[in-house]
Design a protein around this ligand. Sequence first.
Ligand SMILES: [Zn+2]
Length: 444
Amino acid sequence: MDQPLPNVADLDPAGPGDIAGIRRLFECARSDQVPGDDFLAEVIARSPCARLRGEARLMLGMMVQIREDPAAAVPHFTRGLRDTWGSGGSIERRAVINFSILCVSQQRPLEAMLLARRGRAISAADEFHAAISDLNLAAALMALGDFQRATELLRAVDEVADRLRGGERRYVDVIRHMYRIAAAYENVSVETARASLQYLESAGETGICSSTMWCFRARVAFAAGEMEDAVCALQHLRSPDEPWTEAIADSLLLEVRAYLRLDQREQALALALTLIERLEAPISDSISPGNRLETARVLAEEIGDRPDSADLARRALAIAATGALERIWQADRFRRDLPGFEFLTGEDRRVIDEYHGRFTSAYGDVLSQMARFLASPEELARSHAADPSEQLICVCAWCQRIRGPEGLWLDVGEFDPPGGSVRMTHGACEPCFEETLAVLAAPV
Ligand SMILES: [Zn+2]
C-alpha cells in the first residue's frame, strides 16, 4: 500500500478518475491506511463530483467516530448522506448503513429506523446488506420498545443467514445472536436465547466485551428463572468506577428484579434507590430518554406501591414520564425538521406519527399510575405545593398538562420544550386539585 494517494485534480467526475479515486479511497479505508483529514478536506472542498464529496465526508465521519467522539461524526454523516443521496449503488448504501449503525450506537432510534428502512429499500437484490439493514431496524425498534416487530425481523434474518457464507455469515450471526439475547424475556424464548448465548460463548473472537457477555449470561439466567445464577453473573459487572451507561442501568434493573424474586426485598430496594439516584442525576444524559422511560417504568412496576417503596416508585414514575415527554418532543421535532433526510416518504412520516402516538400513550399510562400514588389528601397537598421556582417541569398527573411560563397549564403539544434533558416534578393543576380533593373527601 505504498501507492500515493490520487490527486484531487485527477478525480474528474466525467472521467475514469472519478471511479479510480473512489476505489482508492475505499481501499485505503479497508486497509486501515486511511487518507489524512487534509486530503479528505481537499476532496470535499474541490471535487466537483457530489458522489466523491459524499464518500470523502463519510470517510471523515468514520474517522471522527473512531478517533474522537461518535456524536461529532453525526454532521459529517448527515452531509455525506445528502451528497450521495439518490446516486444508487454501493456508495449510497454504505452511507445509509453506516449512518444507521452510528445512530443505533448514539441512541437515536428514530433516525436509525428511517435509515435502516432506506437501506432495506436499496438493498433488495443484496441479501447481506438487506440483512444488516434489518438488524439495524431491529435494534432501533428494540430501543423504541417495539419488541414484537423487532423479533419478527430477527426471525426473517435467521432464514437469510442460512444462505450466507464466510465473513458475511459470521458478521450477521454474531449480531443476530446478540439481539436475540437482548430480546430475551420479551418475545424470544429461553431456549432460543440460550442457544444464542452458546453460539457467542463458542464463537471465538467476536469483539463483544466481557462485561456485555456477563450481562448476556445474567439475562438468559433471569429469563430461565435461575435467579441465583443471574445475581452471580451480575456480580462480575460490579466496579465502582464503571462509567454510567445503558448497559449498567439495564444490569442494575435486572439485579433488582432478581433479588425481588429471591425474596431479598431489602437488597432489591437498596439497589433500586441507587438506580433511581443515578437516573435522576444530570449524568443520566448518557442514557437515552427511551431507556429511562422503560427502565424506570419497569422498576416502578416491580417494586410496587407497598409502604416501604411508595416513594421510590413515585420517583421512578417521574423519571419515566420525563423520558416519555422527551421522546414525544423528539418525534415532534422530526415531523417539523429532519435535515439530511430528504428521502423521507409518506410511509416514513406515518411511522414517525405512529411512534409519536405510542410515546403519548406511554406518557398517559405513567401519569395515571402516578395519580394513584398521589390520591391521598396529604400527598395531594404536598404535590400541589411543588415549588415552581425550581428548574423543573411541573406536570399535572391527572390531566397531563404541563405548567408553562406564567403558571399557565398547557397541553403537551402547546408546550415549548426546553433544550437538553429535563427534570420533572409532578403536581396537580388547580381544577384537578379541587376535583380530586372533593372526591377524596366525599363519603364512600
Ligand atoms: Zn390537571
